[in-house]
Design a protein around this ligand. Structure first.
Ligand code: TK8
Length: 348
């Protein structure tokens, strides 16, 4: 009998110790209210699609530096670039599953999780970066981040992808007419797809991780991204023409798994939130310093640059207008109206 009681007490002790240990990234752990948490080291696996030369990765390194310093190493950040952990959609799904903690997708693929994010895919919505900054910081911009919680995601900050410009391997594109028949890769987003069809192109949605090979093999003739991405991902090796279409301003969203975020104590939640915002300011500064410089670099690498005149851009705006009307309800009419109002306010 005595032996049985001893055995019972021992197994009870093992069970209690195991329950307290748990997975260091397990959710709900109520650590003591300090940055160093409950003594368990937590790990953030942070993955992006762009390579380690891009301002987005430089921003992620800044996030890592701040978080590891402020938590005194209680939270470690592992950084992965060039799609090592997958493409935007796959990594966003990994956050929902709790197998990854951070990724920073463009808002276009994010619209597959929260349709309202497609409001930023309305062509020619933002006239410049200053207006984009104001709208993203406004109630409607911040309100969109809150919608991510329903998808088991936390949107901590907006970072910047930037104004998107067209490249292709076939011909100079100066007017809407020149889009005719071009096989253009678009992000996986229906509004992008329909907008390029309205311009006369033959668009194909594709993950960013497959894009370079598709251009190399001629599966697509062209793509659209900011100059920094076009240069730093060496698209000039497989593309001959670039035009300043500036047709869409893409934000990035710094996403964290809600399961992981909820598992942090209050101090740690404030540290990762403030770090995402501070690193975002750093990334946006680097992005803007780089972008115009890279257009010159693209020409030095042999790409032919074609300037889009205001008249030609006006013609493109007219061609995509019906698509914007068609998508208003899919995005959410209230969100579209609020964003247009915020753009008007910011443009005054
Ligand atoms: C990188 C993508 C990229 C985006 C695209 O992961 O897919 O073309 O502009 O920056 O998010």
């Amino acid at each position: 009998m005595k032996k049985l009681l001893t055995l019972l007490a021992a197994s009870l002790m093992i069970f209690v110790l195991a329950a307290c240990g748990g997975d260091s990234n397990s959710s709900g752990a109520e650590g003591n209210e300090s940055a160093s948490g409950d003594g368990e080291t937590k790990t953030i696996r942070a993955g992006i699609g762009l390579n380690d030369q891009h301002p987005q990765y430089k921003g992620l390194l800044k996030f890592k530096e701040i978080v590891e310093e402020k938590t005194d190493g209680a939270i470690k950040v592992e950084t992965y670039h060039s799609g090592q952990l997958g493409d935007d959609r796959t990594m966003t799904e990994a956050l929902q599953l709790g197998t990854q903690e951070v990724t920073i997708p463009s808002t276009a693929p994010l619209a597959n999780f929260v349709p309202e994010f497609s409001v930023f895919d309305i062509p020619f919505l933002f006239p410049n970066e200053e207006v984009a900054d104001e709208v993203l910081a406004s109630d409607v911009g911040q309100g969109l981040l809150e919608k991510l919680e329903s998808q088991n995601l936390v949107g901590l900050a907006y970072w910047e992808n930037g104004f998107r410009d067209l490249t292709n391997s076939k011909r100079a594109v100066a007017t809407a007419e020149d889009f005719k028949g071009l096989k253009i890769r678009t992000m996986e987003n229906d509004l992008h797809l329909e907008a390029f069809k309205a311009l006369g192109a033959n668009p194909t949605p594709m993950a960013f991780t497959e894009l370079f090979t598709a251009m190399q093999q001629g599966t697509v003739d062209g793509q659209e991204n900011p100059y920094a991405t076009i240069y730093l991902q060496k698209f000039y090796e497989v593309q001959d023409h670039v035009s300043n279409t500036h047709h869409i301003y893409s934000p990035f969203v710094f996403l964290m798994s809600k399961e992981f975020f909820d598992g942090l104590n209050e101090d740690q939640q404030k540290i990762v939130t403030d770090a995402a915002k501070e690193a975002g300011k750093h990334q946006i500064k680097l992005n803007r310093e780089a972008n115009e410089k890279y257009l010159k670099s693209l020409q030095e690498e042999g790409m032919t640059y074609t300037e889009i005149t205001p008249e030609a851009r006006e013609e493109m705006v007219k061609k995509v207008q019906p698509v914007i009307e068609d998508f208003k309800d899919d995005i959410g009419a209230e969100t579209v109206d609020k964003v247009y109002k915020a753009v008007e306010e910011a443009t005054k």
